[in-house]
Design a protein around this ligand. Sequence first.
Ligand code: SF4
Length: 121
Amino acid sequence: MLKEYTCIACPRGCGLEASIEDGKLLTVEGAFCAKGGKFVEQELYSPLRNIATSVLVLNGCCPLASVRLTKPVPKAMIFPVIEEIRRTRLTAPVSAGQVAIADVLGLGCDVIVTRKVPAAS
Ligand code: SF4
C-alpha cells in the first residue's frame, strides 16, 4: 500500500510517498533529507501533536490567555488535554511562561502561557 504524507519537520514541506505492508514501513520517497523518513515512522507508529489554544482567565483585562504545550503529546491524547485546558481557570495577572497546568494528565509536559494578561483595573 502506498500512503502520502507531507513532512512538517521544516518549512520545505516535502511531499512523501511511503510504501507500507502489514503495518510495516518499507520505503519512503520524496524526502529531501533523512528527517522525512523519521517523520513517516513517527506518524505511522506513534504520532505526536502539539496544541496551541487558550485558557480562561478570571479578573483579567481580557478573558483568555494563549497557551501551548512544552512538547508534543500522543495524537490520541489531544482531545483529553484540550478538555483539561477547558476546565482550567487562571487568575490575573498572568505572565508569559507561567505554567498553567503542570504535567498535564501525567504526560510529562506542561501547558504554559504564551501571552500575558494583566489584572483588570
Ligand atoms: S524531508 Fe527534510 S527537507 Fe523535507 S520537509 Fe522534512 S525535514 Fe524538511
